[in-house]
Ligand binder design. Structure first.
Ligand SMILES: NC(=O)c1ccc[n+]([C@@H]2O[C@H](COP(=O)([O-])OP(=O)(O)OC[C@H]3O[C@@H](n4cnc5c(N)ncnc54)[C@H](OP(=O)(O)O)[C@@H]3O)[C@@H](O)[C@H]2O)c1
Length: 323
């Protein structure tokens, strides 16, 4: 039996995850409206949402937020504030609009990051703690503080009226294309997500492990990211917290090896911690230098089957080389 088409409203739908989700929803016949800072076709603006209220819809998803690792910008106080406020403001605006709606949606999917679990220094040879949807943060840093404020903003939604699904997202890996030209630099084509952020050294043949390389890298293939959202939209028994990470997190070293294998570029060195801190700033450096062994326990228990549970299969699918 085919489900009736639904209307899904997506805050920050123009971004990396939102645009792939939009394509998947439209392909199955659903209608999608984005909430955006820019007016346009099949979009409403945040100001319009505040003024006119939430359009009649079945599901609301929120992805809006200034990218925390925008490498084109220096980490300043105003950038830091924008990263925080863009998430809290948009989430609160959506929560208020949902609560005020006379025809509230069936479900609200709020998102946040795996950075919720924080970081801690591990002793030499100490195994990282396993963290699932029931775990508390293992230590606070700036990204963990950010996520906890962001999640708190979503908690105001009236759960008597709306099914609230709360996703904690790992590092999302999207498709990346390597174009190669004889006698010229290897170039990596247009791509979105985490892989383009680390592409430069690989382009130059200087692929690198980050820091010690033993930090855990909780990743997820973009198809599974979108798959989990479709799963929680469709299964009305899903409610509460779900981790959107692959069941098999790897170390940064194993992730880098898999990336370089499919790019067919060598790993030449390890970027020292001081250099990472100098480039991205101390506060954001834990995103790259420390990790969390996050498990998607409730996600798997809810019946979601990962299409790409292993990093090798994910990289084989995502990294394409064209001559
Ligand atoms: N991608 C990942 O690996 C990952 C991992 C963990 C968590 N997350 C979280 O998941 C969400 C979606 O990720 P994504 O990769 O799709 O993000 P993205 O590509 O950076 O897109 C986010 C969207 O948010 C809107 N936005 C940006 N700055 C804003 C601001 N200052 N105020 C209001 N809206 C703003 C933009 O939409 P408009 O330009 O249309 O307004 C943008 O398209 C983000 O909040 C991110 O933190 C992502």
């Amino acid at each position: 039996m085919t489900a009736a088409p639904q209307h899904i409203v997506i805050g920050g739908g123009s971004g990396f995850i939102g645009s792939v989700l939009t394509e998947a929803l439209r392909a199955r016949g659903d209608r999608v409206t984005w909430i955006s800072r820019q007016a346009g076709e099949e979009r409403i603006t945040w100001e319009q949402l505040e003024r006119e209220g939430l359009p009649v819809c079945d599901v609301v998803v929120n992805f809006a937020g200034q990218h925390i690792l925008d490498m084109s910008r220096r980490w300043t106080e105003s950038y830091r504030e924008e990263v925080i406020q863009s998430r809290i403001r948009t989430t609160k605006t959506l929560v208020d609009a949902i609560n005020a709606s006379e025809t509230p949606p069936e479900a609200f999917i709020s998102t946040a990051g795996k950075c919720f679990y924080g970081t801690k220094e591990l002793a030499e040879g100490e195994a990282p703690p396993e963290l699932d949807e029931y775990s508390e943060p293992m230590g606070m840093d700036f990204p963990a503080e950010l996520v906890s404020q962001w999640e708190a903003a979503a908690e105001g939604v009236d759960t008597d009226k709306v099914r609230h699904i709360k996703l904690r997202i790992g590092v999302v890996l999207g498709a990346i294309e390597r174009k190669s030209y004889l006698m010229r630099f290897w170039r990596i084509g247009k791509a979105r997500g985490f892989l383009p952020i680390i592409r430069l050294p690989f382009c130059l043949g200087l692929g690198a492990v980050i820091g010690k390389g033993t930090q855990i890298f909780p990743w997820i293939h973009i198809d599974d990211m979108v798959g989990i959202i479709l799963h929680v939209i469709d299964d009305e028994n899903t409610v509460g917290r779900y981790n959107a990470v692959s069941p098999n997190a790897v170390t940064n070293r194993d992730f880098t090896k898999a990336f370089s294998k499919y790019l067919r570029r060598p790993i030449i060195w390890s970027v020292p911690e001081w250099l990472v801190k100098a480039v991205v700033g101390e506060e954001r450096s834990s995103i790259l230098l420390r990790g969390q062994l996050v498990r998607p326990r409730r996600t798997v228990e809810s019946g979601y089957n990962f299409k790409y549970p292993l990093i090798d299969g994910a990289m084989a699918d995502l990294v394409k080389i064209t001559i």
